[in-house]
Each structure stands twice: as C-alpha cells, then as structure tokens.
Design a binder for this molecule. Structure first.
Ligand code: ITT
Length: 192
C-alpha cells in the first residue's frame, strides 16, 4: 500500500528546531500521522519539561486555532545532579559540548539520559503530555557528524556509537523522541 494511503491523521508541530522536525516527520509518518511545521514560538515558563510542554501546547493551540504538539527536551546527567536538564538549551548555546566535557573531566560515573516530553493540545481542550526517555553514557570526546546539539556526547545504552554517529533512521528507532512521539501517536489515533 502506498505510504500516503496509510496516513490517517495530521498534526502541527510548533518548534524552532529543524532537526526535531526532520526526526519527528520520520517517526510520525511511519505511524500513520502526517506532520506540518509552524515556528510561531511560545513562552517557555519556569518548571519541569512537563510544565513547559503543557503551557506551550495550550498557548500555541489557542493562538493557531488548531491542534498542535510542542516538545520540551533535555539532557540529564546524574553526576552533575541532573544538569543541564531544563537548562539544556541555554547550556548548549553558552558552554556547549566542550563545556560539558570539561565539567565531566574527573567524573567516573558517566550515566545520563535524554528526556523528551510532547505536549498536545487543541484550542478547546486541556493539554496532554507524553514522556520518552533513553538511557546512556556521556563520552570523553565529541564523536560523529550526524544528529545535533548533544548527540556527539551521548552513547545510548547497549551501543558503542554516539547518537552523533547514527543516521536519523537509526536514532529514530529508539530515541527519547521516538518514545514520546510513539506514545502520543497511539493515544492520538485512539481518539477517533
Ligand atoms: P524548540 O523549543 O523550539 O522546540 P529547542 O532546540 O530550544 O527547540 P529544547 O528546549 O527542547 O529545544 O531542547 C533543549 C536543548 O537540548 C537544545 O539545545 C536542543 O538542541 C537539545 N536537544 C534536544 N533534543 C536533542 C537531541 O535529540 N539530541 C541532542 N540534543 C538535543
């Protein structure tokens, strides 16, 4: 059956990050949902990933007048008391991967996880959120030319390679974003 015939529903993804759009398109199209993209922005309130995603989705759905998803994601490093966490965007723009490696130079426990929270909302309903997590280790150097942001630092559990060494389809098989979007897609398709 041609791919278009399998598409059952569509949704608009509000984000300023083109890498997220490409990953989400790959994931959702395989699950029968087509993705539109709008970069209209939304206020990022103080709080955890769920708080940000809930508020952002509700704000954007009301503003755009249609159902939307937003995503708040971050890298959580155990030895750094789960830093950068909700500060991941700011930290990436300021100290970057090199700064993280410096903070980790004497650290033996390299455990970290990526978390992604998808927020969904329609103009007239309350928001829903869907969490996806992938466990892994922070490497000792940046490796790989694929992916984006923290990907060259992050080695998912069970793999030698970093996310930065994986092509999009491979990362999409088990990433935090895959897990949160898959939860969302199953719920969304069950909504009639
Ligand atoms: P939007 O809020 O517009 O969606 P953003 O890039 O600001 O885009 P986040 O706040 O969700 O997205 O992401 C926090 C930081 O974590 C940011 O620097 C991202 O580039 C980074 N990040 C998110 N997902 C990632 C992934 O899959 N791999 C590597 N870095 C990621």
């Amino acid at each position: 059956m041609p791919k278009e015939r399998q598409i059952q529903k569509s949704i608009t993804f509000i984000t300023g990050n083109q890498h997220k759009v490409l990953e989400a398109q790959g994931i959702l199209n395989n699950l029968g949902i087509s993705l539109e993209h709008a970069d209209i922005g939304y206020p990022e309130i103080q709080g955890n990933l769920e708080d940000v995603a809930r508020y952002g989705a509700q704000y954007a759905a009301r503003r755009l007048g249609k159902p939307v998803i937003v995503e708040d994601a971050g890298l959580f490093i155990k030895a750094l008391k789960w830093f950068p966490g909700t500060y991941s965007s700011y930290v990436q723009e300021t100290i970057g991967n090199k700064g993280i490696l410096k903070l980790m130079s004497d650290v033996v426990d390299r455990y970290a996880e990526f978390r992604s929270v998808i927020g969904f909302c329609t103009p007239k309903t309350e928001p829903e959120v869907f969490l996806g997590t992938v466990k892994g280790q922070i490497g000792y150097e940046e490796i790989g030319r694929f992916g984006f942001a923290y990907d060259p630092l992050f080695h998912p559990e069970g793999y030698e390679e970093s996310f930065g060494e994986m092509k999009r389809d491979e990362k999409n098989r088990f990433s935090h974003r895959r897990k949160s979007l898959e939860k969302f897609a199953l719920w969304y398709k069950s909504q009639g």
